[in-house]
Design a protein around this ligand. Structure first.
Ligand code: NDP
Ligand code: HSE
Length: 439
């Protein structure tokens, strides 16, 4: 029998994810030891209430409310409390006590990542966070390690499962936004504060992490342009379907060149966008996540699977735990985050993409010429154009124009839409959506 070195593991949090991590760690101790080259002893679980009922039956004596004491005895600390404090302080304490850290805490990494990475680098510790983006899907390690020799140009992610579930219901079952939200809430898909999901905050936190890794640059969460899905209507979803698109909430990190200065930078943004039904991301249904990576040499890669769930997320956490244990066995300092590129994060106005603009206009002579003139003056080139007469009161009709543009600068498009909105022929700008996933 092989005698393994013993490593002490402290778990902070025993909620949906933490309880599954503890269960799997205890159930698969031998297998994990063989893979890690060290036995992993769970020395305690810090919680708020040691007597709270739990989904998983774990030895009572493991629970403690004294996280600080627990951390002092650990070689590896797994933080699954969530939020900023006390998670941040506990992680800093653990780093300074010489432990490696495993966390799934996207909110903390998006807001305090540089502070934690710096602290770890200073003492040679390592911080692992595979579960922080898209839970079970391996995406952090592929970006951080497997693709470290390539140059990534774009990352398009469906990284929020609950909003994907809602948009998917609207697309496939004809739900309204309200109906879809009610079902998502009933199934427990939404965060305790649903604004985090539907207003895109959760996706923006994940976009920060993805953009930082993909472009070797520290990207603050405040620099991520964020729009949620609350403005999306059933009519937009239906029109998208009829035009061969589906609406997805996308987290996008992209290498771009500022057209005015020639400066290379990156864009990080979250918004609902149209994506062609033939694109692999269009086939991501329900609460699943997927990340589509475009790299200069590797080409297009897609990472797909469960973006939430206790045991699914625990799988990624345990993978990190094994990596941390192997590192302890091998010795040597941790490897810091690569931020050497230090690209500027360009504002949304500097981005170019394609758009679909839907207008209601008076069905009368001169309208098309006026609309075409405004688009042309704004530097927005039309790729597709459709007109349908929507209604008629006997004298005047209203026509709907659906205009698909070639790639245009966001600031130019926004100014053009403003011009369209104030034109006398235009009754209403019904919808402006970006079209992503195509050149
Ligand atoms: P839960 O809310 O289910 O669990 C949180 C746990 O932390 C509870 O056990 C709670 O204790 C404990 N806790 C809270 N405050 C303290 C404190 N001050 N001191 C000690 N313990 C405390 O969270 P999840 O398991 O869902 O999430 C954990 C992390 O994983 C978060 O960062 C989340 O973003 C991330 N994540 C979660 C996913 C999921 O599907 N759930 C997916 C991907 C990432 P008590 O039980 O006593 O109240
Ligand atoms: N609220 C998140 C989601 C949970 O819907 O994807 C996983 O991070």
């Amino acid at each position: 029998m092989i005698e393994y070195r013993g490593l002490k593991v402290a778990l902070l949090g025993a909620g949906s994810v933490g309880s599954q991590v503890a269960r799997l760690l205890l159930e698969h101790a031998d297998e994990l030891a063989s893979r890690a080259g060290a036995s992993l002893e769970l020395i305690g679980i810090a919680v708020r209430d040691v007597d709270a009922p739990r989904d998983v039956d774990l030895p009572k004596e493991l629970y403690t409310t004294d996280a600080e004491q627990l951390i002092l005895s650990a070689d590896i600390v797994i933080e699954l409390i969530g939020g900023i404090e006390p998670a941040r302080s506990h992680i800093l304490q653990a780093i300074n006590a010489g432990a490696d850290i495993v966390t799934a805490n996207k909110a903390l990494l998006a807001t305090h990542g540089p502070e934690l990475f710096d602290a770890a680098e200073q003492v040679g510790a390592q911080l692992y966070y595979e579960a922080a983006v898209a839970a079970a899907i391996p995406i952090i390690r592929p970006l951080r390690e497997s693709l470290a020799g390539d140059r990534i140009n774009r990352v398009l992610g469906i990284v929020n499962g609950s909003t994907n579930y809602m948009l998917d219901r609207m697309d496939r079952f004809g739900d309204t936004m309200e109906d879809a939200a009610a079902v998502a809430s009933e199934l427990g898909y939404l965060e305790a504060d649903p604004t985090l999901d539907v207003e895109g905050y959760d996706a923006a936190q994940k976009a920060t992490i993805l953009a930082s890794l993909a472009f070797h640059t520290t990207v603050p969460v405040e620099a991520v342009h964020r729009e949620g899905i609350t403005g999306i209507t059933k009519a937009q979803v239906d029109l998208a379907r009829s035009e061969g698109y589906v609406i997805k909430l996308l987290a996008i990190a992209e290498r771009i060149v500022d057209e005015t200065t020639g400066e290379e930078g990156l864009s990080a943004r979250v918004y609902p966008a149209l994506i062609g039904r033939e694109h692999p991301l269009a086939a991501v249904h329900g609460g699943n996540n997927a990340v589509f990576v475009e790299a200069e040499n590797a080409g297009s890669l897609m990472f797909y699977g469960a973006g939430a769930g206790g045991k699914e997320t625990a799988s990624a956490v345990l993978g990190d735990l094994v990596s941390a244990a192997r590192r302890h066995v091998a010795g040597g300092p941790g490897v810091g985050e690569s931020t050497h590129a230090d690209l500027p994060v360009l504002e949304i106005g500097r981005v170019t993409t394609r758009y679909q603009v839907t207008l209601e206009v008076a069905d009368e002579p001169g309208v098309l010429a006026a609309v075409a003139g405004i688009l042309s003056d704004g530097g927005v080139s039309v790729e597709t154009f459709q007109q349908s007469v929507a209604s008629s009161d006997g004298t005047l009709s209203t026509a709907t124009l659906v205009i698909g543009t070639h790639r245009a600068l966001e600031s130019a498009l926004a100014a053009t839409v403003e011009q369209l909105a104030s034109n006398a022929h235009v009754e209403r700008v019904v919808s402006v959506l970006r079209v992503e996933g195509a050149e």
